[in-house]
Design a protein around this ligand. Structure first.
Ligand code: OGA
Ligand code: MN
Length: 267
């Protein structure tokens, strides 16, 4: 097995993995241990990687099936690579998500089968801003008062993307308290960006409850922030975390490659 070191961030979640060069294939045992490490920390990052799109897709496959572009993007030879960028060329954006703040969300939670794992590889980063932070849904659930746990048990929420054309015709619902399919642990699964309302609750009470849960789940004690360096590859588990990006100056360039795994476990 290839040896690697795992250095927890010391924050609410996440660990750095040192000692692996992701240009090379990893052996089966290394992948098995890495999957377990990923489930333990929810977010893993690898620094100073100089990888190609093929390398990123190969690495993604160790954790599930990477899907082609999740939204319309220019045709590219490697269709599993989705570009996240504010850069425009010939007046056309080369990628998605611009330079604005992106509020906390779990990827693709507006779909019936949301994203499970996302990976982001940094090619160009701005001097300031454009940082990404993750919130630990297990930790925020575990910190809830037992009365609140009882209150939200069995509730569902409707998730919806603000760009309506991305939504499915039928409203997408997910449990407010979700059970991670691999770890069996409970977590809070609502977000300010993509959770629209709590199902079957009288409007005002539902909104107050949703606001309270979101405020709790995004409290700084459950959040860890990553300051990007070029060559960072980060992978995160959308089933137990949400993430947010801070805005940055649109005159600066930020270019990332992203891959996305849907619907399948890591094992
Ligand atoms: C994403 C996303 C945040 C970022 O790719 O799903 O939310 O920091 N990106 O670019
Ligand atoms: Mn996202």
């Amino acid at each position: 097995m290839d040896s690697f070191e795992v250095i927890p961030t010391g924050g609410a979640l996440g660990a750095e993995v040192r000692g692996l060069d992701l240009r090379s294939k990893l052996d089966g045992e290394t992948v098995r241990v890495l999957r377990g490490t990923f489930l333990d920390h929810c977010v893993l990052f690898f620094r100073n990687q100089e990888i190609s799109q093929e390398d990123l897709v190969r690495f993604t496959r160790y954790f599930g099936r990477p899907v082609p572009h999740v939204r319309p993007q220019p045709d590219r030879p490697i269709e599993e690579i989705f570009v996240i960028s504010n850069v425009t060329e010939d007046g056309k954006p080369i990628g998605a998500l611009g330079s604005e703040e992106i509020p906390f969300h779990s990827d693709l939670s507006y779909l019936p089968e949301p994203g499970t794992i996302s990976l982001l590889y940094a090619l160009e980063i701005p001097d300031e801003g454009g940082e990404t932070m993750w919130a630990n849904g297990y930790a925020s659930y575990e910190a809830l008062h037992p009365d609140m746990k009882a209150r939200i048990d069995g509730l569902n929420a409707v998730h919806r993307h603000p760009i309506d054309t991305l939504n499915t015709p039928e409203p997408t619902m997910h449990p407010v308290v979700r059970i991670h399919p691999e770890t069996g642990r409970k977590l809070i699964y609502v977000s300010p960006h993509l959770t629209h309302h709590i199902a079957d609750m009288e409007r005002e009470g539902g909104q107050a409850l949703l606001d309270e849960l979101i405020t709790h789940a995004t409290d700084t004690r459950f959040v860890w922030k990553h300051r990007w360096q070029v060559g960072d590859l980060i992978m995160w588990d959308n089933r137990c975390t949400m993430h947010r990006r801070t805005p940055f100056d649109d005159r600066q360039r930020r270019v990332m490659w992203r891959t996305q795994v849907f619907g399948e476990g890591t094992s």
